[in-house]
Design a protein. Structure first.
Length: 240
């Protein structure tokens, strides 16, 4: 999985998220809602809900907000019915783009997503047109500056926990797992005392596309516009 490093994007993305705190809370609440709706309100028996709660807490979502979203999903409160969808398309120079949404209005969301693609030199495609270029993986990043870690010992530890691969950069260890083994590896690292800078199930590109400066700026505008949409949860692409 060489070259699949996500670390360089994490700090920039977190800074951008801080400026959109209200929208981030809303998107995380939707994650909680759909996880509880599909698997029940008990995080001990619902791994997806447990992951959504961890992600919400990592972003400082208040406990009341978390409980409210779960209660809506489990029928204890009235609320909208959301569904998960994935839109696929192409950005500048054919960059593969996937847009994960959680919506209570398909028509509204489709129109907004299509508008974002059209306005930024992209094209919304059919289902499956680019998803085959990505692998669904667990991703965990450990900040090396916060720990004194021997690389070989850490590698043995994550492999024993069930990880598939690890990459090392100057600032971080990046651990990749299957989606099924993600929680087990995460729990093992947390129980060993590591502080996880990032821990999520994500889509990792199999190959990457390079862009000229102007095309890269267009792609950034496309991603920003998509992420500003209320129904959009995540945007994935294969631009390096």
């Amino acid at each position: 999985m060489a070259g699949h490093s996500k670390w360089a994007n994490i700090k920039h993305r977190k800074g951008a998220q801080d400026k959109k705190r209200g929208k981030i809370f809303m998107k995380l609440a939707k994650d909680l809602y759909i996880a509880a709706k599909e698997g029940g309100g008990d995080p001990d028996t619902n791994a997806a809900l447990r992951l959504a709660i961890d992600k919400a807490k990592a972003n400082n979502v208040p406990n009341d907000n978390i409980e409210r979203a779960i209660n809506k999903a489990t029928g204890n409160m009235d609320g909208a019915n959301y569904e998960e969808m994935m839109y696929e398309g192409y950005g500048p120079n054919g960059v593969a783009v996937m847009v994960e949404v959680l919506t209570d209005n398909r028509n509204r969301t489709a129109s907004e997503v299509r508008h974002a693609f059209n306005k930024n030199n992209g094209n919304l495609g059919e289902n499956g047109c680019v998803s085959f270029m990505f692998d669904r993986k667990g991703y965990i990043a450990v900040n090396r500056s916060e720990h004194t870690i021997d690389e070989e010992e850490f590698m043995l530890e994550v492999i024993e926990a069930g990880a598939e691969e690890m990459e090392t950069s100057e600032n971080a260890f990046e651990v990749f797992t299957t989606a099924d083994s993600f929680h087990e590896v995460r729990t093992a690292l947390e129980e060993s005392g590591y502080t996880l800078e990032e821990a999520e199930i994500t889509f990792i590109p199999q190959t990457y596309t390079s862009l000229q400066e102007e095309e890269a700026e267009q792609l950034e505008k496309l991603v920003d516009m998509l992420e500003d949409l209320e129904d959009v949860q995540e945007v994935y692409h294969n631009y390096k």
